[in-house]
Design a protein around this ligand. Structure first.
Ligand SMILES: C[S@@+](CC[C@H](N)C(=O)[O-])C[C@H]1O[C@@H](n2cnc3c(N)ncnc32)[C@H](O)[C@@H]1O
Length: 259
């Protein structure tokens, strides 16, 4: 190792140790742990972490991974826990730091695509198009990743389903469950031309136009999905932006996907 990369490696290590110490005492870690702990985890696969050599958000996300690994190893006595990571953006220094210092595996392809049982996929802020492809191909059981309901504010139901069918189905199941729990069936989405058909009432009062909006009905074709049941818990603590880790854990949620 050249002295330049040795210096960088040492700097990364100091930063990692310091950030991990801060995060260990945080409510965000406490909340994530409370969601994950009841689950039987044998592997953790982290995708889309970003470059720790370049981003403190990625470094905080790596610290959270490391805290979860520690917990599973120490408290749950799971020495055999396999941890692998991949992000195409990883530099040689990122890879070296992760594999030499933390002893996690850098693995581009997970050949064992269907062996997903008891694997926690940790994918903070994963791009939705890649997430959709991943969900469809891998059929994961446990995901610590994006809150899928966030996209219902970005796209109309029709567009969301057209672009990302499995993510849209999951978001639909989650929002319906949440509306049921709240005891409302009320649509909170802003009116959108793509989403709502305008129906003009034939009988008009004193020449006034009375316009009624009805939502376009999306056929989600749930019968063709690999899942039937979704349980999603939000990491609400991650949305508090006044912490030193800033937006590292925003819109994070834990999903349990069952057939
Ligand atoms: C929005 S960034 C998030 C980075 C970091 N986790 C954060 O929150 O700042 C998305 C990351 O996903 C990575 N990515 C894109 N396609 C990927 C793939 N197929 N497998 C793994 N990572 C991927 C990108 O390189 C990028 O680093």
């Amino acid at each position: 190792m050249s002295s330049v990369s040795a210096d960088l490696d040492e700097k990364l290590w100091v930063s990692f140790v310091e950030k991990k110490k801060i995060l260990k005492k945080s409510k965000v870690f406490e909340q994530v742990l409370s969601l994950i702990v009841p689950v039987q985890i044998q592997k953790i696969r982290c995708l889309g972490l970003g470059a720790v050599t370049d981003s403190s958000l990625a470094m905080y996300q790596l610290c959270l991974l490391s805290l979860l690994v520690d917990h599973f190893k120490e408290v749950k006595e799971r020495e055999e826990l396999e941890v692998s990571l991949w992000d195409p953006i990883f530099t040689e220094e990122d890879k070296k730091f992760i594999s030499d210092r933390l002893k996690y595996v850098i693995l581009e392809d997970n050949d064992d695509k269907k062996a997903v049982k008891n694997t926690l996929f940790y994918m903070p802020h994963f791009p939705i198009e890649v997430l959709e492809k991943f969900i469809t191909e891998t059929e994961p059981e446990y995901l610590l990743s994006n809150d899928l309901t966030v996209y219902t504010n970005k796209f109309t139901d029709t567009k969301f389903f057209q672009l990302y069918p499995n993510s849209a189905r999951m978001a639909k199941i989650i929002t319906e469950q949440e509306e049921k729990i709240k005891g409302t069936g009320v649509l909170s989405k802003a009116l959108d031309n793509d989403e709502f058909h305008i129906v003009t009432k034939k009988k008009q009062r004193k020449g006034k136009n009375t316009i009624k909006y009805t939502p376009a009905v999306v056929d989600y074709k749930f019968e063709s999905a690999f899942f039937r049941k979704i349980v999603m818990e939000r990491v609400t603590e991650g949305n508090i932006l006044s912490n030193v880790w800033d937006s590292a854990f925003t819109d994070l949620s834990f999903l349990h996907i069952s057939p």
